[in-house]
Write a protein that binds this ligand. Sequence first.
Ligand code: RB5
Length: 162
Amino acid sequence: MRVAIASDHAGFRLKEALKPALAELDVTVEDLGCYDEQSVDYPDYALKVARGVAAGTYDRGILICGTGLGMCITANKVRGVRAVTAHDTFSARMSRLHNDANVLTMGERVIGPGLAAEVVRVWLDTEFEGGRHQRRVDKIRDAETGAGGIIEAHPLPHEGRC
Ligand code: RB5
């Protein structure tokens, strides 16, 4: 699996702290910056990673800023990217199982390096479940092109609340 990672200045230290944990996983990691704590603009780094994932250069992307939020907002502007902010392993796992998230964002001002490494490990290790979730992800994709219609009150009795 090819993984791109990037941060702004506020996420730089957490990005660096995650590298040893990533090195223990069966992934190839490319660091797209930033490379020090000089102030930079997070959208520049979010777009580098998101466009690389959308183009297929990378399978997944990881973005770190102060909160994870600006990176997530920006990455989701790129067609084909499903970015999520997750600071717990349950959300990280569900974002893969149900949403097929391809970009993970976190905030250095929110989470410590130990838990962040575990969140990343779970997120990279979890496969998309497909099935009924594929239909929903397809609707997200259609929404990007304006092709999607809204089906009101779509009955799914056989699926319960899943
Ligand atoms: C930088 O101060 C901070 O705004 C940025 O890292 C990020 O948290 C934005 O969402």
